[in-house]
Ligand binder design. Structure first.
Ligand SMILES: Nc1ncnc2c1ncn2[C@@H]1O[C@H](COP(=O)(O)OP(=O)(O)O)[C@@H](O)[C@H]1O
Ligand SMILES: [Mg+2]
Length: 302
């Protein structure tokens, strides 16, 4: 079941289209990564979903809100560059945020303690935020976003600015929070997405290029290729190769024959037998795999 449905969502800044017609749903209880290079439109999308930015066009529908209800009651948001009052302690900050979210002083205090515990900074509750490490600040930021028990937690590049230890801590925390809320987080690093997300939205130039369960996308983009180099007239072998039923496609790229294969064992045997019998001037015969990583690199490098 979807927590939120996005239809034809667009945002332009002074005529520049940052987000160009997005359609997607977020499934309840999942961790969803919004993956894309810098400038893809991730922050703009998250800010529209969180109600901070008005879409130019399109609709965002939360399943459990009424017509006139403020969607901010149901979502928590950690911006890409959060700012904290560094003179406050972590606990003071959470109580302050809790009261802003209309909790009573007692409720806010109770919720603050609970969250400090949950995000693993209870021992620094009474320390000034100015003294927190990057990872601790991100964890406090996540606690802040969880103060009113939102159905959807949105985190904009929550681990991008962290060192490897901080990164690990925050990813682990997100994994734990998954039990309580749906999480949508943005990142420009495929590895972060692969590590914890269930579903992936791949964004580039304001559009979603791919979406779905990450496991399925990994399989979809894992195709097997053979790279073959033939000394003379490689183009004359294309039709010969395509005739094998184990071969899906074949094309010539920079003098190399790239062969997409549906049954690697069979293709290998068939090609090598033909090469032997027909005395092909074979120079190279190599197995290559393409992965989600290669697809992403292609997107990133344009
Ligand atoms: N307030 C703004 N005014 C003008 N252009 C903006 C504004 N915010 C974002 N953009 C532009 O929109 C595009 C997408 O930006 P952004 O959503 O921040 O991407 P990402 O978070 O994926 O790096 C970029 O080209 C950016 O320069
Ligand atoms: Mg951004």
């Amino acid at each position: 079941m979807a927590v939120v449905e996005v239809r034809q969502l667009e945002k332009s800044f002074k005529g520049k289209e940052a987000v160009k017609g997005l359609d997607f749903e977020l499934q309840r209880g999942k961790v969803i990564a919004l993956l894309g290079p810098n400038g893809a439109g991730k922050t703009t999308t998250l800010r529209m979903l969180s109600g901070l930015l008005k879409p130019t066009k399109g609709t965002i529908r939360f399943s459990e809100t009424n017509e006139n209800e403020d969607i901010r009651n149901h979502i928590g948001f950690l911006p890409q560059y959060p700012s904290f009052h560094s003179w406050m302690t972590g606990k003071e900050f959470l109580i302050y945020v809790g009261q802003l979210a209309h909790l009573s002083k007692d409720e806010a205090q109770e919720r603050a303690n609970e969250l400090l515990e949950k995000v693993g900074i209870a021992n620094a509750a009474n320390q000034r935020i100015g003294k927190y490490s990057g990872g601790m600040k991100q964890r406090l930021g996540i606690a802040q976003a969880m103060i009113h028990q939102p159905q959807l937690l949105m985190l904009d590049e929550p681990v991008s600015s962290l060192d490897p230890i901080g990164r690990r801590e925050v990813l682990q925390l997100m994994e734990e929070l998954k039990e309580q809320t749906t999480i949508l987080f943005s990142t420009h690093i495929l590895g972060d997405a692969e590590e914890i997300c269930d579903d992936l939205l791949l964004m580039h130039n304001g559009k979603i290029l791919e979406s779905g369960p990450i496991k399925e996308l990994q399989i979809k983009h894992q195709t097997s290729l053979l790279e073959i180099i033939i000394e003379e007239n490689p183009e004359t072998y294309i039709d010969r190769l395509k005739a094998f039923e184990s071969i899906e496609d074949c094309k010539l790229e920079k003098g190399k024959l790239l062969v997409a294969v549906n049954d690697m064992d069979k293709a290998r045997t068939q090609i090598l037998q033909a090469a032997l019998q027909e005395k092909w001037p074979l120079i190279k015969f190599e197995l290559r795999r393409t992965t989600l990583e290669e697809m992403f690199m292609k997107v990133v490098s344009g």
